[in-house]
Design a protein around this ligand. Structure first.
Ligand code: DON
Length: 309
């Protein structure tokens, strides 16, 4: 087996040479300012190490990757009752699509498409105020990453709040069907702010460890969630984490993964590693173009695919 450090160095070199880097998201104006040349990768392993390469210590907007953490927090609060409001099937549609919602009476297909994540955020609001709900997500992420510096980029949140018409449509639709219980402005306020959390690859790889190591943080052996819960979140990441590219991601990379339009991807090699990669240019489906390629290279070199070496 080659050394992880050497594999990451090779990947950084290969990615630097790529001329087609995808397109930086522009529907959230603040994200359009991020230079497309960035590339970073970090891998947290069972022995407590984090091996990094490239721009692994530069913060980026985690966007939809935050949906993994909100889902974990909500499952901790209400458990399986969540599945009355959100499905667990891949949608085969774009992350911001509204088409299935009418047919399926306002119940989103899964917790990772925007409609599903907005429904999860509504569940998280429960009896609490928007700022308390947001505080619970941020505290959870800081705890699993072991890093109190992680915070919300207010400019990104504001930018999305000003242009989030599609999400407002999805939220209003679900509210009309009674799937959302709280005022749409409250739900979207929390949703836009958790999407605007900024993290580095190093912090994100640390934050994903509980998914890679059966619900526990390996070095300190602290329990975060049950083994069953970690396994199920991983299953959802594998089947739904890349929207209408989830099949292709499983085919090429073979790991549970969750993307964000900031160009980050969190991927999990169960029992072995938590991986964060960042390259801001996106493909057609809104997932990081080079991030996916880098994970494909890494999983192959290290024989980490869940489907076999
Ligand atoms: O709601 C949105 O559109 C964004 N805050 C998040 C979308 C996203 O990251 C899709 N992922 N690739």
């Amino acid at each position: 087996m080659p050394s992880l450090k050497a594999v990451l160095a090779e990947i950084v070199q290969e990615m630097a040479a790529q001329t087609d880097r995808g397109t930086v998201a522009s529907y959230i104006p603040e994200l359009a300012r991020v230079p497309v040349q960035h590339f970073g990768i970090a891998v947290a392993t069972a022995d407590g190490q984090v091996v990094c390469a490239g721009d692994a210590d530069t913060s980026f907007s985690i966007q939809s990757i935050s949906k993994v953490f909100t889902l974990t927090v909500v499952l901790g609060q209400i458990g399986d009752a969540l599945w009355q409001r959100v499905g667990r099937e891949p949608s085969g549609n774009a992350f911001n699509s509204i088409v299935q919602l009418e047919h399926e009476r306002g119940i989103p297909r899964n917790p990772f498409i925007n409609a599903g994540a907005i429904a999860v955020t509504d569940a998280l609001l429960g009896e609490s105020l928007p700022r308390e709900a947001l505080g619970s997500i941020l505290s959870f992420i800081r705890f699993v990453a072991g890093d109190e510096r992680i915070s919300i980029d207010k400019d990104v949140a504001r930018s999305e709040q000003e242009t989030g018409f599609l999400n407002a449509a999805l939220a209003n639709f679900m509210r009309a069907f009674g799937v959302l219980k709280h005022p749409v402005e409250h739900v979207l306020g929390v949703y836009f702010h958790h999407c605007a959390i900024a993290m580095t690859c190093r912090q994100l790889a640390m934050a994903g460890r509980y998914l890679a190591f059966s619900g526990r943080l390996p070095a300190s052996d602290t329990s975060v969630v049950s083994t069953d819960r970690a396994r199920r979140v991983n299953a959802l990441m594998l089947t739904c984490g890349h929207y209408d590219q989830s099949g292709d991601f499983a085919f090429r990379v073979g790991l549970p993964g969750k993307s964000g339009v900031g160009g980050g991807i969190l991927a999990v090699a169960p029992g072995t590693a938590s991986i964060a990669v960042w390259s801001p240019g996106l493909n057609q489906q809104g997932n990081s173009l080079l991030g996916t390629l880098a994970l494909e290279r890494l999983a192959k070199a290290m024989q980490w695919s869940v489907f076999g070496a």
